[in-house]
Design a protein around this ligand. Structure first.
Ligand code: SDX
Length: 393
C-alpha cells in the first residue's frame, strides 16, 4: 500500500528527511501528494480537499470533508487586536514582510496553540494557520494599497473568499468569477507542498527544537521570500516585463548563458526537476483559460513567455543544463491578469505552501522518535593556533 520508491534524484542532498507526504521524481517529472498525481488533483480536487489529504494522509469522505471545511471556515477571522499590528507597518512595506511578522505574532494571540505537546492543539494550530493565512495575505495587500480591510465571509469558498477580501471595497462588492476562483484554487493546489524544499526544510529545522508552530511557519515565510525560491514568481514577471518584446529575447538568453553575468532566467531551472516541472504544464493551461476568459489571450507578457520557453527549450545550453520552466514561470502571468501586483505573488505562494509546511511540521512532531535537528558541517577553517596580543599584530 505504501510505495517504497528507490531512485537517484540526480542532485546532491543536503541531509535526508523521511516523509510520507510528497514524492518527486525529477527525471520523470512526477509529483505525488500522498500518492496521488498532481495533475489529477489539480483537475479533479480542490485546495481544501488537498489540504485534508496532505494533513491526514487520505482523501476525506463527504462527512470528513464537511467537518474539515467547517473547522477551516470557522477559523478565518483574525483577533481584532491584530489590526493594530498591521497598522504599525509603513504603507510601502512588502506584503511578505507583513506576513512574516503577522504569522510570527500569532504566537502572541493564540497561546493555547503554542503548546506543541498537546496533540489536539497541534491540529487546531494547523487549522488556524491554513484558515488565517488568506486573511493575513489579503489584509497585507489592502494595507499596501491604502484600502480598508475586508473581513472573511463564511458563505464563500476558500479561493473566492480570498479574492473578495483582496478586491472588494466597502463602496462596491466584488463578484468572484468561477473561472478566477477555479484558477486561484488550482494555483493553491499546485503550490501546496513540494517535499524538502528550502522553506519546508527551514520549518522542519525550526520545529525540531519544539518552537511553536506559528514561529516555525514564519521561518518558512522568510525562506520562501528569496528570489531563488518562492520569490521567483515576482522576479519572473518583472523579467518578462523587462524583456518586453520577443525580439529582445536573444539578448536575455545570451546573458543567462554568460558565466560572468549573474543573471539567471527567472522561472527556469530546478534543483530536482531535470525534465519538466509537472506543475508548470498545468499552470500554462490555466494561464490560457484565465487570459481567454479576460479576453486578453494576446497578452504581450504571455507572448514573450511562450516565445522564451520555445527558444530556451531548443537552445543547447538549456538542453545540456536540463533547464525547463518551473512552477513560477506561468503563475505570475495568471496572478497579474487577475489583478494582483507582483509584490503579492510570493505572498500567494506562502498562503498555499502553509498547508505543506504545517503538514510536514506535524508529521515530524507527531513522531515520538523525533530529535532536534543538527545538520553536519564540513569544517574548512583554520587549524588550532595561539592568540597574539594586538600590539604584536
Ligand atoms: C522553487 O526546491 C523546490 O522544490 C522549490 C520549489 C518548491 O515548490 O518549493 O519548486 C519552488 O523555488 C522553484 C525554483 C524557482 N527559482 C527560479 O526560477 C530562479 C531561477 N532558477 C535558478 O536560480 C535555479 O535554477 C534554481 C535555484 C532553481 C536551482 O539552482 P541550482 O540547484 O544551482 O540549479 P542546477 O544545479 O540544476 O544548475 C545547473 C546549471 C548551473 O550551471 P553550472 O554551475 O553547471 O555551470 O544550470 C545553471 C546553473 O548556473 N542554471 C541556470 C538557471 N538555473 C540553473 N542558468 C540560467 N538560468 C537559470 N534559471
Amino acid at each position: 500500500k505504501t510505495g517504497h520508491f528507490t531512485f537517484d534524484p540526480g542532485y546532491t542532498s543536503t541531509g535526508s528527511t523521511e516523509s510520507a507526504i510528497t514524492y518527486i521524481d525529477g527525471n520523470q517529472g512526477t509529483l505525488l501528494y500522498r500518492g496521488y498525481p498532481i495533475e489529477q488533483l489539480a483537475e479533479k480536487s480542490s485546495f481544501l480537499e488537498v489540504s485534508y489529504l496532505l494533513l491526514n494522509g487520505e482523501l476525506p469522505s463527504k462527512a470528513e470533508f464537511a467537518e474539515f471545511e467547517e473547522k477551516i471556515t470557522r477559523h478565518t477571522m483574525l483577533h481584532e487586536q491584530m489590526v493594530k499590528f498591521f497598522e504599525g507597518f509603513r504603507r510601502d512595506a512588502h506584503p511578505m514582510a507583513i506576513i512574516c511578522g503577522a504569522v510570527g505574532a500569532m504566537s502572541a494571540f493564540y497561546h493555547d496553540s503554542t503548546d506543541i505537546t498537546d496533540p489536539k492543539q497541534r491540529v487546531i494550530a494547523s487549522h488556524r494557520l491554513i484558515a488565517k493565512m488568506p486573511t493575513i495575505a489579503a489584509w497585507a495587500y489592502k494595507y499596501s494599497v491604502g484600502q480598508p480591510f475586508i473581513y472573511p465571509r463564511n458563505d464563500l469558498g476558500f479561493a473566492a473568499n480570498f479574492l473578495r477580501m483582496c478586491f472588494a471595497v466597502p463602496a462596491e462588492e466584488y463578484v468572484v468569477s468561477p473561472t478566477m476562483a477555479r484558477a486561484m484554487d488550482r494555483i493553491f493546489t499546485l503550490h501546496a507542498d513540494h517535499e524538502q524544499n528550502a522553506s519546508t526544510s527551514t520549518v522542519r529545522l525550526a520545529g525540531s527544537s519544539h518552537a511553536n508552530p506559528f514561529a516555525c511557519i514564519a521561518s518558512g515565510v522568510a525562506s520562501l521570500w528569496g528570489p531563488a525560491h518562492g520569490g521567483a514568481n515576482e522576479a519572473c514577471l518583472n523579467m518578462l516585463r523587462e524583456i518586453g518584446s520577443v525580439d529582445r529575447i536573444p539578448e536575455f538568453i545570451a546573458r543567462a548563458k554568460d558565466k560572468n553575468d549573474p543573471f539567471r532566467l527567472m522561472g527556469f531551472g530546478h534543483r530536482v526537476y531535470k525534465n519538466f516541472d509537472p506543475r508548470a504544464k498545468v499552470m500554462q493551461q490555466t494561464a490560457h483559460e484565465v487570459l481567454s476568459e479576460l479576453g486578453v489571450e494576446n497578452n504581450p507578457t504571455l507572448q514573450v513567455a511562450q516565445e522564451l520557453e520555445r527558444i530556451a527549450l531548443e537552445d543547447d545550453y538549456f538542453i545540456e543544463k536540463k533547464l525547463y520552466p518551473n512552477v513560477d514561470f506561468y503563475s505570475g502571468i495568471i496572478l497579474d491578469a487577475i489583478g494582483f501586483p507582483t509584490s503579492m505573488f510570493t505572498a500567494i505562494f506562502a498562503m498555499a505552501r502553509t498547508v505543506g509546511w504545517i503538514s510536514q511540521w506535524k508529521e515530524m512532531i507527531d513522531d515520538p522518535k523525533q530529535k532536534i535537528g543538527r545538520p553536519r558541517q564540513l569544517y574548512t577553517g583554520a587549524t588550532t593556533r595561539d592568540y597574539t596580543d594586538i600590539s604584536d599584530r
